[in-house]
Design a protein around this ligand. Structure first.
Ligand code: GRG
Length: 296
């Protein structure tokens, strides 16, 4: 990671934190408990990978900064909602998220359900209130986010994931599940940033879609590798939480070293996809490197 990239990343993360603070309901607005819980789960944590992708592709398309901040907050709110629901007892039943108690533990289950619902609505409201983009462009962005979050995107992937417990998925089925569950929102982040700027040619949109596909898969492969190696280092096991939960992973299907090699290949694919953009795509290339080289 170059020093300039580190500075850019920190600037974007700070800007997004301030924008989230602005676009979340105030803590003293009724109902205070719900609003406090929405802020508890969204502020002050996470790597902000999706907002970084929005800003990086916005840099490529010369996007309007105000629209970028709103799009970045919208995807992060959808992501935050998905984590709150994913952690609930009816799904993964996790007690910790980003180093602090999950919402259903810190508050209660009903609040966690409502926090997710309200964050999802808030995401669309924040984006819809953009007043710096032509209406047609804004509708295209709202539609893209809705599709990425819904049953043909993230929710659909989560449904397939829940149904796959105990099943022997093929590599293709595993890939399809992750393309929906995590890939759809990562792709939406990249395309939203691009749509907030100049008109892109069809071949440019295709290039961004190919980049998104590669980083979406890489993100998951790396997640599985980190999960497997964290457990083997700390608990003396050979596989991590998903495998322990009897869920298929890249490591359980391919093995550890081939999974690492796949992540590296996907990083190269992501770089190659960006060739039409030259230097304009610098931040997107650096984010692909970060996704593959991350340690947490
Ligand atoms: C419940 C509708 C619904 C969907 C849940 C995304 C998702 C679908 C569940 C998350 C479960 C999970 C841990 C998936 C692995 C990959 C992933 C999305 C990790 C968390 O994202 P990061 O690493 O988290 O970007 P931070 O905390 O950095 O934002």
């Amino acid at each position: 990671m170059t020093a300039a990239f580190g500075v850019w990343m920190k600037d974007v993360q700070d800007e997004v934190e301030q924008a989230l603070d602005r676009y979340l309901p105030a803590v003293d607005a009724v109902p205070a408990k719900l609003h406090a819980a929405m802020r508890y789960t969204t502020l002050g944590g996470g790597k902000r990978v999706r907002p970084l992708l929005v800003y990086a592709s916005g840099a490529l398309s010369g996007a309007d900064p105000k629209a970028l901040a709103r799009a970045a907050c919208a995807v992060e709110m959808i992501h935050a909602y998905s984590l709150v629901h994913d952690d609930m007892p009816c799904m993964d039943d996790d007690e910790l998220r980003r180093g602090k108690p999950t919402v259903h533990v810190a508050y209660d289950e009903a609040t966690a359900l409502l926090v997710g619902d309200a964050l999802q609505s808030q995401a669309f409201q924040v984006l819809a209130e953009s007043d710096t983009l032509p209406a047609g462009r804004l509708v295209a962005m709202l539609r893209l986010l809705a599709e990425a979050a819904g049953s043909s995107g993230m929710c659909g992937g989560q449904a397939i994931d829940l149904d796959s417990v105990g099943l022997a998925l093929t590599l293709e089925q595993l890939e399809r599940m992750h393309q929906l569950k995590t890939g759809a929102l990562l792709r939406a982040s990249v395309i939203l940033g691009a749509l907030a700027g100049r008109d892109l040619a069809p071949h440019e949109l295709d290039a961004l879609a190919a980049y998104s596909k590669a980083i979406g898969l890489a993100f998951q492969v790396v997640d599985d590798v980190l999960d497997a190696t964290a457990d083997s280092a700390t608990l003396g096991k050979t596989a991590g939480k998903d495998a322990a939960d009897n869920k298929p992973t890249y490591v359980s299907i391919l093995g550890l070293e081939p999974s690492r090699a796949l992540a590296e290949q996907l990083r190269r694919d992501a770089h190659e996809a960006l060739a039409p953009f030259g230097e304009q795509a610098l931040r997107l290339r650096e984010l692909a490197d970060l996704i593959v080289q991350r340690k947490a």
